[in-house]
Design a protein around this ligand. Structure first.
Ligand SMILES: Cc1cc2nc3c(=O)[nH]c(=O)nc-3n(C[C@H](O)[C@H](O)[C@H](O)COP(=O)(O)OP(=O)(O)OC[C@H]3O[C@@H](n4cnc5c(N)ncnc54)[C@H](O)[C@@H]3O)c2cc1C
Length: 481
């Protein structure tokens, strides 16, 4: 049985951020993840917005980590080499009642430490975003808002944690917890048993179950589902535009992305746990909501719709980041509904502080390296650099995904990083092969062949995503990868 000082359950953006934060200490740390890859839970199904923090009610846990997380994103993106655009955002108002809501958000934001918030009107709205609805009479201008690719953040944090000694066990669903005579947790998983002195619950929608198994708080979880639509690339990505929020969500938001797409995010409805279906009514709500913010948005350019579930603790519209009061040694990062992406670096910082406050010995690790080398993104390289890469290895010139210009060598690198891609979707999350307009219609069979070759298996063993999701059931015809 492998023994660790700390085991983190869940390799979403929360667990990976915590792993990256704790990797600076001289402690043995592992992350156990039920899925066969990083970022397969809600982290792969959200709007990627780094909300600034004017929404949460002051004094809540969310309020304390949202603005701080947003502030930390600049440093995290520089150190970890992921894309982050701090574009600023506007909440658009169309009436006097809306203006009152904006005043309320302004006060909230100031109380939560959100910098430089202002209510603006008239031409200043169009100066910030020329495509914003001309009927908007007022707006809350928030310069600190930005956006990221959420799986890139989680993967970057995981890679940096792994480079500093954290071990990742994927395909390791926690399905039982015991204690040994020394009070250590014995963690029973599909990938074998692990022993941990300290257990961190970052299991997203699974956090109620993990807490229960470990003897912690009896969280009852609610799946607050949201649909999202992705549109093809725009020449100039849109600044995030928000409507006046609803009591349970920020409403339908339109935003650019770090890759130049437009995203319309998100609806909110309580649905059965695990429901990732998209619904016509939700998609219509998205398109209508988006047109209200950006009337000239060509909503025929949708390339994909998808859905995810916010992990809401019933009766608590807040995050729960605290040591368990019932199970000594268990620390909760639970109920990380929205804004879990925006807050992740601060949730990690908070977890670090909680472990210290609990008296856990965490000496600094000599040689800890906070920097991660960003993988080559061929499409964004200069022509000279592209030429040099192709001269070094012709696989850089063999374009596999034509929508997103992803060459074979970039896919091979994605497979061989640590932790590397083990599925078609894992390749897509790391280098965007299959993410474009044709949604992998052209490149999927080629990605399957490359995965089979690099992983040393047959194409019929290659997975789309989870265990059992093979996509090839017979010999492939000879296609040049
Ligand atoms: C539609 C939608 C839009 C959103 N938009 C935004 C946004 O724009 N900005 C923002 O800040 N937030 C947004 N959010 C919220 C954000 O996506 C989440 O807060 C965040 O992804 C939570 O990350 P996590 O790591 O806590 O959970 P997850 O990503 O769900 O990760 C938890 C992991 O734990 C694993 N796990 C569960 N149980 C077990 C077990 N027993 N054993 C081992 N592993 C286990 C799961 O497999 C999963 O990989 C949105 C959410 C939704 C649904």
């Amino acid at each position: 049985m492998q023994r660790y000082d700390i085991v983190i359950v869940g390799a979403g953006i929360t667990g990976c951020a915590i792993a990256r934060q704790l990797a600076r200490y001289d402690a043995s740390i592992a992350v156990i993840e039920a899925a066969n890859d990083i970022a397969c839970g809600t982290t792969k199904a959200n709007g990627g917005l780094v909300h600034a923090g004017y929404d949460p009610a002051p004094g809540t846990c969310k309020a304390s980590v949202n603005a701080r997380g947003c502030a930390l994103y600049g440093q995290w993106s520089r150190e970890l080499g992921f894309g982050f655009n701090r574009t600023g955002s506007m909440v658009l108002g169309f009436s006097e009642t809306d203006r009152e809501h904006l005043e309320h958000l302004l006060e909230n934001g100031r109380a939560n430490g959100v910098p430089d918030l202002r209510i603006i009107q008239g031409d200043e709205i169009r100066e910030h975003e020329p495509r914003a609805n001309a009927d908007a009479t007022c707006a809350l201008w928030c310069p600190s808002t930005g956006y990221v690719d959420p799986f890139e953040v989680a993967i970057a944090a995981a890679e940096n944690a792994a480079a500093n000694g954290v071990e990742f066990h994927r395909g390791a669903r926690l399905d039982g917890v015991d204690r040994d005579d020394d009070g250590r947790f014995i963690l029973h998983t599909e990938a074998g048993d692990f022993s941990a002195k300290t257990l961190i619950n970052a299991a997203g929608n699974g956090c109620g179950e993990v807490s229960r198994m470990a003897g912690g708080e009896p969280f009852e979880m609610v799946w607050r589902q949201g649909n999202i639509a992705v549109l093809d690339h725009e020449e100039t990505p849109l600044m995030p535009l928000y409507p006046i929020p609803t009591p349970v969500s920020k409403g339908v938001i339109v935003t650019g992305t770090v890759h130049g797409n437009t995203v319309i995010t998100a609806t909110a409805a309580i649905r059965e746990a695990g429901d990732t279906d998209t619904y016509a009514a939700d998609v219509n709500e998205l398109l209508e909501g988006a047109r209200k913010l950006v009337p000239d948005l060509d909503t025929r350019r949708v390339v994909r719709t998808f859905a995810g579930g916010r992990a809401v603790i019933k009766g608590l519209n807040d995050f729960f980041i605290a040591p368990s009061t019932l199970a000594p040694g268990l620390f909760q990062a639970a109920g990380i509904q929205s804004p879990g992406v925006a807050s992740a670096p601060a949730v990690a910082e908070r977890m670090d502080a909680l472990l210290h406050e609990a008296g856990i010995a965490l000496p600094e690790k000599p040689g800890w390296n906070p920097l991660r080398e960003r993988p080559v993104d061929f499409d964004s390289e200069s022509t000279e650099r592209k030429r040099a890469l192709i001269e070094r290895d012709p696989a850089w010139g063999r374009i596999v995904c034509r929508c997103e210009t992803v060459p074979e060598a970039e896919i091979v690198e994605a497979i061989h990083r640590t932790p590397g891609a083990v599925s078609v979707e894992g390749v897509k999350r790391r280098c965007r092969a299959g993410m474009g307009r044709c949604q992998s219609g052209f490149c999927q069979s080629r990605v399957v062949r490359i995965l089979a070759r690099e992983l040393g298996c047959s194409p019929s063993d290659v997975l789309l995503e989870d265990a059992g999701s093979q996509i090839v059931f017979g010999p492939l015809k000879e296609v040049q990868a």
